[in-house]
Design a protein around this ligand. Sequence first.
Ligand code: F6R
Length: 260
Amino acid sequence: MHLGIFADATTAAAAAARVILEEAARKPSFTLGVATGSTPEPLYAHLRQAHSEGRFSLENSHAFALDEYVGIAEDHPERYRNVLRRELVGSEKTGLTDELLHTPDGSAADPYEAAANYDSLIKEVGGVDVQILGIGADGHIGFNEPGGSLVSRTHVEALAAQTINDNARFFDNDTAKVPSRCITQGLGTIMEARTLVLLAFGANKARAIAELVEGPMSAYWPATIMQMHPNVVIVTDEAAASNLKLTELYNERWAMAFGN
Ligand code: F6R
């Protein structure tokens, strides 16, 4: 695990962008796993900038979202497909095409079947090269909430009360408007991505980051499964890293891998 602790979200996101650009340059048919929520926004800004400078393109790439709300209206601005369209799709963004942006079908008559189909599609295109991740205050990645299977495949999930409260800010601060179910890539699915890049900003992520990096592996803190992945890059601001014990070691390991 490589952990980079930065002064602020913009600098941390720049470091994450460098990892993604390097991986993309290495592979002609690069597939990116994309997250939503507030955390990846500065990273997507860096990717758009790199695209505008001709240093990065998702033009022929598949992109797979981590998750989607079940039952959300197709034209709702917070439907994750719509969020990702705004952030990434089009030649003026990252070159990603709408056809190659894949999101779980939260409007499907049978969301369980939609979840299974989504999992199969990821495999069919050869898997995800780099998976971008945020983390919930309760330690979820994707929407894998506490107490689920550590080897789950893409599935229908119930959102925890903590997540509904946290996400109410996207829904007029009204928890009743936050969808209570979603389709999410499972932890087993996420773990098959070749590189995991997780970003975390703010003091409300400090406990989850401490559990992820230094805690015991446990379904109660789902992100701890990442301890079993051979290729993990985590970037945080100082607030999100504030509960960690061995920061000097992490800084040294980061410098060894990526320079200062
Ligand atoms: C979103 C996702 C979630 C978020 C997490 C953090 O696609 O999979 O795991 O990354 O809930 O959300 P923010 O970034 O809004 O704090």
